[in-house]
Design a protein around this ligand. Structure first.
Ligand SMILES: [Zn+2]
Length: 371
């Protein structure tokens, strides 16, 4: 058990814990809302905090190009810049670079060269630069630069990415970081048992403050995602936090928690809001649907979010149909609260030794099973 992280309860492989950062403690399992460009889209930071969010995710890629991490540093760091006093995790930019495949010019052992999405000018990311940007941002948790291949690539390509990810992690481990900043390694290997095992062991062997499972949930078979997560999580040191990168649907969250994952993030709640949909226990509701036109009930019966407290489905549907910004804001508030409440419930269930029935009840209520 490290000073950074303590497991406070276990139930099967699932666990509850306490993560200590420079900006306060985080109770796990935890859902991390994504503040891509230094904001959770449309929401005031106090609103996000009031929903129960404990930690936010910021994107290195976007903040590096706009406004620039040196600008953020000179203005006192990302916490002060966006006026968020609680913990922040920053990704390394690797996922953005590798998911914008058409923009990549070259990948070699030194780093990755690409054209940035803002003005198309050439850019170059290395592990050392990923460390420097995140040090400038002053996040509580910095992530290693990794190579994320898409699902279905030839095994040789996947193996190359695993080797390079370890080399990059070793270089980033030796690079400077901000005072009190934690650093997490990321393993790759897709769903290939041998390569995922190799990567998991190599990255864990570099002794980071925490470990992330990367390169899953990106379009491969869902059953394989969860099966791989289960055994990969087991290979990770029990005394350090485990982070599944990018999952935010009801079933996915419950599955990775059951596998022993402590942290996860997703743009789903705010992205879903922008398509006019609400996440509910029974499934996803499309607000544009005509059957809600005269529905005076809340988005979700029993939800304690600011949208459900005062506004009807009919009103929110009207706002969405008229492209009113309040509609987007209310759906974002509700969707974030839904996932935070789901995760809080899981944490309580683990502490009470009843995670399995909790998971079953939540899944039985849901008519949709994945994003
Ligand atoms: Zn609500």
């Amino acid at each position: 058990m490290s000073a950074t992280f303590a497991v406070t309860a276990t139930d099967g492989a699932a666990r509850a814990g306490l993560l200590r950062t420079a900006h306060g403690e985080v109770r796990t399992p935890v859902f991390m809302p994504v503040g891509t460009k230094g904001t959770v889209k449309t929401l005031h930071p106090d609103e996000v905090r009031d929903l129960g969010a404990q930690i936010l995710l910021g994107n290195t890629y976007h903040l590096h190009f706009r406004p620039g991490s040196d600008v953020v540093r000179d203005l006192g760091g990302l916490h002060r810049f966006m006026s968020w006093a609680a913990p922040i995790l920053t990704d390394s930019g690797g996922f953005q670079v590798f998911s914008l495949r058409d923009t990549i010019a070259r990948v070699d052992d030194e780093g990755v060269t690409f054209n940035n999405v803002y003005d198309g000018s050439p850019a170059h990311f290395t592990p050392e630069l990923a460390a420097e940007i995140q040090a400038n941002l002053g996040s509580d948790i910095a992530m290693c630069l990794d190579q994320v291949p898409p699902p279905g690539v030839p095994r040789r390509t996947l193996e190359d990415a695993v080797r390079r990810t370890t080399e990059w992690a070793r270089r980033q481990r030796d690079a400077p970081r901000a005072d009190g900043q934690l650093r997490f390694g990321i393993n790759q290997g897709g769903t290939d048992p041998e390569l995922r095992r190799r990567s998991t062991e190599e990255i864990a062997g570099l002794d980071f403050d925490g470990n992330a499972i990367g390169g899953l949930g990106i379009g491969e078979d869902r059953d394989l995602t969860f099966e791989t997560t289960r055994w990969a999580a087991e290979l990770l040191p029990a005394g350090k936090p485990r982070y599944f990168m990018g999952i935010g649907d009801l079933e996915g969250i419950l599955q990775v928690i059951e596998a022993g994952v402590d942290m996860f993030d997703c743009v789903l709640p705010t992205r879903t809001a922008r398509t006019g949909s609400a996440l509910t226990s029974e499934g996803r509701l499309n607000r544009r649907n005509a059957r809600f036109a005269r529905d005076g009930g809340p988005l979700q019966e029993g939800c304690d979010c600011p949208a459900c407290a005062r506004f009807s489905r009919a009103y929110i549907r009207h706002l969405v149909n008229q492209n009113e910004l309040l509609g987007l804001r209310l759906l974002s508030l509700h969707n974030l609260r839904f996932l935070i409440e789901l995760t809080d419930g899981a944490r309580d269930a683990i502490a009470a030794g009843r995670f399995a029935p909790y998971k079953r009840e939540r899944l039985e209520r849901a008519t949709w099973a994945h994003s």
